[in-house]
Design a protein. Structure first.
Length: 487
């Protein structure tokens, strides 16, 4: 009876099958031949493969994985062809993908990025072309094949492009700019609008990028309003809506506009439309399934300060007008992200409010739903501590009153106000008390606090109130008042 073949023999067999299926039988010879597929020993050349990723014989590899091959010496770029790394099997054939250098500056690592995820639960062979040469013209020797098996299921989502796919375009912008917008048009070109181009100077010029020659061209028509920090949303008919943003009132003085305009790629002109109901900058906008544009949040100048919006409005391309949305977000947001989840919901996350409170918008019901705050949410955690402290204060009414914290070194008033919650969280955990009618909920909150806070060391003998004698005074910040009498 013959014993089952080893993993390496199966790998070599699969690799030969791939090579022959691709019409590249010269890549591998018969088992033990001289086709560059020897399976060990000292390489005959100083140029050889040092590592495969995924490793040879790996199981449960995510279906969106890249194949990375590292060599002992730098690879000559002129020898890197489309078949420098071939991945496939006899069942599915060769996998479509791109081969390029890993951008580490060494030139010793090649990366294969598939254009689509690998089919799950399949065994795949990796074949490195023996036509590769080092920069010193060394011939590739040693092992040039590897095998891995993908995991069941999707195993990791879409395939990300390789790092080598990011490179400089052949052409450059006609005008440097920041806080601008870039919008993909229906013909494959990209519209670049507005932005700051020098200090507080806001431009009203736009450019159009053509991917075939990789060049930028300035549009003849100017925008109706200089803008930076605005939104640009492509409408269903191919036009682009530009809304809100910063503009310069006078040299060095900025303001926020409520104006809007539409760019027509057919005539390559800008046309003013009805303005928004409120001035907005650093807001977010997406197109609804019915073709209208949904605008959320943003900031507005109120005196010398910025006030963030929780309000929402929509633009109707049929009437070229904005109307207020009846439902506001759960709280204010600006400089936030709004992403289409492709299931009828949008995710709103982040913002200038140091935000840890995401929410979703349902395009069917038109309502916002905040997420349940995570256990690591510092805003929620601080609030839980304040609620616990207030509850203990209510329970202590009628008893001998003592401060929850008795600091040894009194910090100045601004420091106490700013850092008081932090001191409570780290060292002000009160002793246990019996739970009342709301014991279940209180126990849950206390359990969460105990899991997050540093436990003070236990004291023996008579129970005493915990204090801050082992806490170092908070460092004084430059520019803030200090001393016991400072206010």
């Amino acid at each position: 009876m013959r014993s089952p073949p080893s993993l390496w023999c199966r790998a070599r067999s699969l690799a030969r099958g791939v090579a022959f299926a691709l019409g590249a039988g010269a890549l591998l010879s018969a088992c033990g031949g001289s086709g560059g597929g020897s399976d060990g020993g000292t390489p005959a050349s100083p140029f050889f493969v040092t590592t495969f990723v995924p490793a040879d014989g790996a199981n449960g590899v995510p279906t969106n994985a890249h194949v990375v091959v590292t060599f002992s010496r730098a690879v000559a770029p002129t020898t890197v062809a489309a078949n420098a790394i071939v991945v496939g099997n006899t069942e599915d054939g060769a996998v479509a993908g791109t081969v390029g250098f890993v951008t580490d500056g060494l030139g010793t690592t090649l990366e294969f990025a598939p254009t689509a995820p690998f089919p799950a639960s399949r065994t795949w062979s990796v074949v490195v072309s023996p036509a590769l040469r080092s920069t010193a013209d060394d011939v590739l020797s040693g092992r040039t094949t590897s095998v891995f098996r993908t995991a069941s299921g999707t195993g990791g989502g879409p395939v990300l492009p390789p790092a080598s796919a990011l490179r400089a375009t052949l052409g450059r912008l006609q005008q440097g700019r920041r806080n601008h917008t870039s919008t993909l048009l229906t013909d494959g070109t990209v519209l670049v609008c507005g932005g700051f181009f020098q200090d507080t100077v806001v431009t009203d010029r736009a450019e159009r990028y053509s991917p075939a020659p990789e060049t930028f061209a300035t549009l003849t028509d100017r925008m109706e309003q200089p803008r930076a920090g605005h939104t640009a949303t492509r409408l269903g008919d191919g036009r682009v809506l530009l809304a809100g943003g910063w503009y310069e009132v006078s040299s060095g003085t900025l303001n926020i506009t409520a104006s809007a305009e539409v760019y027509d790629p057919t005539t390559q002109t800008f046309t003013a439309v009805g303005g928004m109901t409120e001035p907005r900058a650093d807001h977010a906008a997406l197109r609804l399934p019915d073709g209208r544009v949904f605008v959320t949040g943003g900031s507005e100048l109120q005196g010398a300060f910025l006030a963030d919006h929780a309000s929402v409005e929509v633009f109707d391309p049929l009437t070229n007008a904005f109307t207020a949305w009846p439902v506001a977000m759960s709280h204010t947001r600006a400089t936030h992200a709004m992403v289409d989840l492709l299931d009828g919901r949008w995710l709103l996350v982040g913002g200038s409010d140091a935000d840890l409170r995401p929410e979703t918008f349902d395009t069917t019901t038109g309502t916002f739903t905040p997420f349940a705050a995570a256990a690591g949410d510092r805003a929620r955690f601080g609030l839980a501590a304040l609620r616990l402290r207030e509850r203990l204060r209510r329970r202590g009414r009628g008893r001998r009153r003592r401060p929850l914290l008795r600091p040894r070194h009194h910090a100045p008033a601004p420091h106490r106000q700013r850092h008081h919650a932090a001191a409570v969280l780290r060292h002000g955990q009160p002793r246990r008390r019996r739970q009342g009618a709301r014991g279940g909920r209180d126990r849950l909150r206390q359990r969460e606090l105990r899991a997050r806070l540093l436990r003070p060391r236990r004291r023996r003998g008579r129970r005493r109130q915990r204090d801050l004698r082992h806490v170092r005074p908070l460092p004084h910040r430059h520019g803030e008042p200090h001393g016991h009498g400072a206010r």
